[in-house]
Ligand binder design. Structure first.
Ligand code: NDP
Ligand code: MG
Length: 392
């Protein structure tokens, strides 16, 4: 068995920590080449001392200097800046890149890894939502192997054969399951005064704060609809969503003959992470096995658009001109940050998203380059911030 050298972007986050947990179980298969983080320097320092990667990367130069002093004599070299992230992601000695940064900040290193033909494990859905066609073209041109880590997309991927050229003939549509988040049974009219901690208390999954809020609004599912369109090359109407509060069925493929294939498991991100790391093999993940005798009922419901008004924006963005999905993502990043900071109410997240989506001019050709997408992202953030001022 050859050793895979792994570059882990977003090591200090929820996915990053779960990835390290799986890697630590298989020291004969994986070694860490680089770890990156943003603000949690103490956690990154501890990870570096445990896993001894060649490089540690932080976007900020002053934070990197602090880390350098902390790691003196350890043999870990500390790099800083956005360019360094892209450099380690594309480094000739790296086999596998785990993209677990949150938000559009992950797009540039993802594109670098794709263009360098890496095995690219994609948790960072926002990068694909922003990058869209450009991202998929980079994967194709670079000859990268793109493996989904989002549990729903991993489920779909696990239900499909290895030969991608057969997918279009095989798939009628896919069904992404959604837990409905912590407010599934709350009266929508009572959602105006929920706190960030209530919104982050997900019933089934333990995740970072941004994706937890996205799960409560179901903007997470909206982003996943867009992500699925690109990963599996589907028309927008071929991606459907159903609420499944138990989070046991992680998603389903409805085939042309109407046979339905599903992937099941306990809600533990180490399963899709282990699958991405080992594909096409399977390795131990550390997750508990499903206990069918204690499972009880698996239930399904439609997603109520009064409770989750942001969900339909996914199809609107996919059917509209290119760039709309990048605008939607930028608006949502600004809105969620404002909600977590206590600046806006929970129900105003949708107001920011809908307003920004309608008002941001898409221009022409912006979606064709990283620079164009980043400037569209900046424009949408500015429209969203102006709306925040109007709300406060
Ligand atoms: P976390 O917030 O827990 O972690 C995010 C990671 O990205 C941290 O390492 C953080 O560093 C780093 N980071 C944040 N901002 C920046 C930036 N501007 N530049 C560079 N690095 C940055 O998020 P999650 O682990 O929950 O999610 C990561 C991605 O995976 C998201 O895109 C999410 O949608 C996706 N995902 C997550 C799932 C989950 O179960 N958590 C499930 C499916 C998908 P630091 O901590 O040092 O600040
Ligand atoms: Mg998911």
């Amino acid at each position: 068995m050859t050793m895979q050298r792994v570059c882990l972007l977003g090591a200090t986050g929820s996915i990053g920590v779960s990835t390290l947990d799986v890697i630590a179980r298989h020291p004969d298969r994986y070694e860490l080449f680089a770890l990156s983080a943003h603000s949690r320097i103490d956690e990154l320092a501890a990870q570096c001392l445990q896993f001894r990667p060649r490089y540690a990367v932080l976007p900020d130069a002053a934070a990197a200097q602090t880390l350098r002093e902390r790691l003196a004599g350890s043999g870990v070299e500390v790099l800083s800046g956005a360019a360094a992230l892209a450099e380690v992601a594309a480094h000739a000695e790296v086999d596998t890149v785990m993209a677990a940064i949150v938000g559009a900040a992950g797009l540039a290193p993802c594109l670098a890894a794709a263009r360098a033909g890496k095995r690219l494990l994609l948790a960072n859905k926002e990068a694909l939502v922003v990058g869209g066609a450009l991202f998929m073209a980079a994967v194709k041109e670079g000859g990268a192997t793109l493996l989904p880590i989002d549990s729903e997309h991993s489920a779909i991927f696990q239900c499909l054969p290895e030969d991608r050229s057969t997918w279009a003939r095989r798939i009628d549509h896919i069904v992404l399951t959604a837990s409905g988040g912590p407010f599934r049974s709350r009266d929508p009219a009572s959602l105006s005064n929920v706190t960030p901690d209530e919104a982050c208390a997900h019933p089934n999954w333990v995740m970072g704060r941004k994706i937890s809020v996205d799960s409560a609004t179901m903007m997470n599912k909206a982003l996943e609809v867009i992500e699925a369109r690109w990963l599996f090359d589907l028309q927008p109407e071929q991606v459907r969503v159903v609420l499944h509060p138990q989070s046991i069925i992680h998603s389903m493929v409805v085939c042309r003959d109407h046979s339905v294939l599903a992937q099941l498991g306990t809600p533990d991100m180490r399963v899709p992470i282990a699958y991405g790391l080992a594909w096409p093999e399977r390795i131990e993940s550390g997750a508990e096995q499903l206990d069918f005798m204690r499972l009880g009922t698996l239930s399904f419901e439609p997603a109520d658009e009064r409770r989750y008004p942001g969900l339909p924006l996914a199809w609107a963005a996919l059917r509209g001109p290119e760039g709309g999905t990048a605008v939607l993502n930028a608006a949502n990043e600004v809105a969620v940050a404002a909600f977590l900071a206590g600046t806006i109410r929970f129900d105003q997240i949708h107001s920011v998203n809908a307003h920004t989506f309608e008002r941001t001019p898409l221009g022409s050709g912006a979606a064709g380059s990283l620079a164009g997408l980043l400037s569209l992202d900046a424009e949408a953030r500015s429209v969203a911030r102006q709306h925040l001022k109007a709300l406060s």
